[in-house]
Each structure stands twice: as C-alpha cells, then as structure tokens.
Write a protein that binds this ligand. Structure first.
Ligand SMILES: [Zn+2]
Ligand SMILES: [Zn+2]
Length: 380
C-alpha cells in the first residue's frame, strides 16, 4: 500500500501533468516529467523513446520467472478544458480529459513501491505509452525493435470509469472494450453547371443512399455480437451555387465487441459501397484509419486482478458487456496474455473527454493497491 507521503507526492505530480498536457505523439515534456519524478529510484534498466516518447523501467530479479508489464498511457486530448481549478491546463485547446495524467501517477506510484520491494523472480516492466487516443502508441511500441527486450508474459492496465461507483474494480473476461476503426470514403462523379446537372454526374443520391444503407448494416444477421456503425461526417460538393457537385466524402466509425465481427463489418461496408456506387456510376476510394483491436482479456490475468482486489477488500464487480469505446491496449492483448480493468471514478463524475473532466485523485490508492498485489502475486 502506498503511504500518505507518497500519495501526496503523486497527487502533486498528477496535477503538474494536468497543467502541461501534450497531444498524441508530442509527449516530450511528459516523458521528461516522468523521468524526473522517478529519478530517485534504481531500476536495472531504463529504455527511452520506445515507440516515440515511450518509456520503460525494468526491475530484474536476475532469477527465472515471468515478465510482467504494467502500462500507463501518456497523452491528452485536443479539447479546451472548462474546469475552474488551480491545476487547469495551461495550454489552450489541449487537456487531460481522459485521466491519463492519473494513469501515469498510479503507475509511477507502483514503480516507487516496486523499487522498495524488488522482485524475487522474473522481471517487472513499467511502461509509459504515448499516443493512446489516436490508436497508434501501443502498435508503435510493439513494432519497435526495443520491444523484444520487454515482450512480457503478462500485461496489465486500467482505465478510470466515470459513471461507475467510485473505487470499485470492474473486470470482464474476454472482450473488455471494442474494436473500432475510422472509415474514409471519397466519391467521384462529374461536376457540371448547376443549370445543366444532367451534363455531369452528381454523387448526391449515391451519398444519401450510402448513408441509409450503412445504417442498415448493423441489422444484418451475420454478426456474433454487438456491432455499431456511426456516420461521423459527410460532405457534398462545394458552396458554389452555379455548380452541380462532382465529389463527396463520407466518414464512418465502425465498432464491434469481437475482432471477427470487425472483419465482417468491413466486408459489409465494402460490399454496400461497391453495389451503391456501381448503381450510380460513381467512382470511389475507401481508406481506414485509427484502428483499435478489441481489448480481449485473458482469463488467468483477470483472475489475478480479481484476487488482488479481493485480498485488499476492494469491492469488485464483473461487467456484463464490453465497453463500446476502444482502448489501444487491445494491441497488447493480441499476442500477450493481458487484462485491462476499470476503477469507478464516481457515478456523478463528468464523462471521459467531457470538457469538465478531471481525474479523481481519490482512486489513485485503490489502483496502486490492485497493481501492487498483482505484482506481489506474480513476482515475489
Ligand atoms: Zn480517451
Ligand atoms: Zn483514456
């Protein structure tokens, strides 16, 4: 358990991070602040700049045993904070509104505890991961050659959960959060004078039909579990009253609890696109962006989270359904036995990405306690 002195330090550290947020891929100062906060510790190895501004601290027992990784995400969001608090973001238009400042503080607190009670077997790996919000950070870390030095047997992470009972641990076997991907579609017809639209080929009806048909996909009887398709943007032609448009854009976000269903969803989008565009003789181009695989929890890793909470008398609840949102921790869950869990931020707490969100420091102790119990169970 972290003592009150450490908790106060962590709270101040968290508020500092909150004041100076950085967007995905720009976590340079955040990295510096973490290094500075942890400089009093004696890890066996520090790996800098893994997958961008990522950081790994390794505590090596020198004995055989599992490699266990604990991960925090580092980035903030391009949203203007409206909180009236002392530690309000000093950067207009950028703010820690997902609580990654708190996640850093928790994992830094854990690192302090591990430094005092070093592993007896295997290795503890502390990972600070950049670029979670755009879905690129975890994938970049896994692709980085340095990852071979930390490729773990087990990986753990948590997310704070507004709308859920404060300081309760929420677990889920299997899918914890959804797979999702952005879809960018460009339509190409032929522009013409607005007085003679018949001389061109406007993609207007094609666009309208696509929006309707895309919305129908989720009702197809081919999916094993929940899928969702949201049209997030559409644009037709330009604001030029003399012109019948020749181009249109449409963007979607598609989600599914299961990675298998994501493949089916993509195929269904492609098939609708091909059919409707063919009908209207419109050319098209389709691209995907910001792909997040589902975070699929391993049963043994979930049992370690459950045991850790139970041992510490922390209330624990099993979630009935996966979350509709995505977490790029999903990339780790593909090849490494992993578990991501939630800790309630309070039922009335502002939601993630709300402009008035601020990480609840009251859950820091709970989070560190759960991680430290998992650490002790696997590496002591
Ligand atoms: Zn977020
Ligand atoms: Zn987040």
């Amino acid at each position: 358990m972290p003592d009150s002195e450490l908790l106060i330090k962590l709270q101040n550290f968290r508020k500092d991070l909150h004041k100076y947020p950085e967007l995905s891929g720009h976590e340079k100062e955040t990295q510096k602040r973490i290094i500075d906060f942890l400089k009093v510790l004696n890890p066996d190895k520090i790996i800098k700049n893994i997958g961008g501004y990522g950081l790994a601290y390794i505590f090596d027992s020198g004995n055989s045993g599992p490699d266990v990784l604990f991960r925090a995400d580092m980035d903030a969001l391009p949203i203007n904070e409206t909180n009236n608090i002392e530690h309000k973001s000093q950067k207009p238009g950028v703010a820690h509104l997902c609580g990654h400042d708190g996640h850093i503080a928790v994992i830094s607190g854990l690192t302090h505890l591990i430094d005092k009670k070093r592993p007896n077997k295997g290795r503890a790996i502390i990972l600070f991961q950049p670029e979670e919000e755009n879905g690129q950070g975890a994938a970049k870390i896994i692709k980085d050659k340095k990852f071979t030095q930390i490729n773990p047997d087990y990986a753990f992470a948590f997310h704070n959960l507004p709308g859920y009972e404060k300081n309760t641990v929420f677990i889920k076997n299997g899918a914890f959060s959804s797979a999702s991907t952005g879809v960018i579609i460009k339509l190409k017809g032929l522009s013409s004078h607005a007085a003679y639209p018949e001389n061109g080929n406007s993609p207007d009806i094609c666009l309208a039909e696509l929006i309707l048909e895309f919305n129908n996909i989720k009702n197809q009887d081919i999916f094993k579990d929940f899928v969702l398709l949201t049209v997030i943007h559409a644009k037709l032609g330009e604001i030029a009253f003399g012109t019948s448009p020749g181009e249109a854009d449409i963007m979607l976000t598609i989600r599914s609890y299961l990675n298998d269903d994501m493949d089916k969803l993509k195929k269904a989008v492609n098939s609708v696109l091909e059919t409707v565009c063919k009908k209207h003789k419109i050319k098209y181009n389709i691209d995907y962006t910001e792909y997040f695989p589902a975070s699929t929890n391993d049963d043994y890793c979930v049992s370690l989270v459950r045991d850790a909470a139970e041992k510490s008398n922390i209330p624990i609840l099993a979630l009935e359904h996966a979350f509709r949102w995505s977490e790029d921790f999903g990339h780790f869950t593909i090849n490494n036995k992993s578990a991501i869990f939630g800790i309630g931020s309070g039922k009335e707490h502002p939601q993630l990405h709300n402009e008035n969100f601020d990480f609840p420091d009251e859950i820091t102790e709970t989070a560190i306690t759960v991680f430290f119990e998992i650490y002790k169970k696997t590496l002591i």
